[in-house]
Design a protein around this ligand. Structure first.
Ligand SMILES: [Ca+2]
Length: 214
């Protein structure tokens, strides 16, 4: 009987070691995934040059944790030495720029700035002059409406961030950059532990004294 008890105890210790090894592997994998993702924490940017005008779009990162703010910047620069007028805009500099978030080709959010239209003005750039607009996306889907009470959080995934001049007349030149939203590290860890516990439950015979989590 004593030998049988020792044998069962040895089996339990072996199972504990296996589970701890699997847990260590999961933690190392999570650490590797997080470090790999964070290694790309540079800004994401893109630009287009049309008729000596540079249209530039940037986000402050390329990979975000779920729930972070996405800081966006759209800039238009006259690369030449002559005055340029690109079209007309509403007479409010905060309304010069438009930002949109797309997922799989579907718009899920847009810059909601509303302006009382008091008139229109020419969007003008002097030689080598730049003008830019900025805003923040809080990772919410606006549900296609301006009121925010029906907004809801987005899921991890790939999103396109688009900026352009909100021209009333004139050619619009939208510029897009891609960003990735990943789950928070704590969520990944919980998922990993959940998978481990499910596997253990599936392969643990009910007659053996399996490890109990207390
Ligand atoms: Ca809404």
């Amino acid at each position: 009987m004593a030998a049988l008890v020792r044998n069962e105890g040895s089996k339990t210790n072996g199972r504990i070691k296996i589970i701890l090894k699997k847990l260590a592997c999961i933690c190392i994998s999570i650490l590797f995934m997080t470090v790999s993702a964070k290694a790309t924490l540079v800004d994401s940017n893109s630009f287009i040059v049309v008729d000596n005008i540079e249209y530039y779009m940037q986000t402050n990162k390329s990979v975000y944790d779920l729930g972070e703010n996405v800081e966006m910047l759209y800039r238009v620069t006259n690369l030449g030495d002559e005055d340029v007028t690109l079209g007309s805009v509403v007479s409010d500099s905060l309304a010069y720029y438009e930002f949109r978030i797309m997922q799989d080709g579907i718009q899920i959010w847009s810059y909601p700035y509303l302006s009382v239209v008091l008139g229109f003005t020419a969007f003008h750039l002097g030689p080598y002059e730049s003008k830019e607009g900025q805003t923040i996306w809080n990772m919410m889907n606006d549900n296609g409406t301006l009121p925010t009470d029906d907004d809801f959080p987005v899921n991890p995934g790939i999103y396109d961030v688009i900026g352009e001049l909100d021209l009333i007349s004139g050619e619009r030149v939208p510029v897009s950059v891609s960003i990735e939203i990943i789950p928070e590290p704590a969520t990944i860890l919980l998922l990993g532990l959940g998978v481990l516990l499910l596997k253990r439950r599936r392969f643990c015979p009910p007659t053996l004294s399996c490890l109990r989590w207390k």
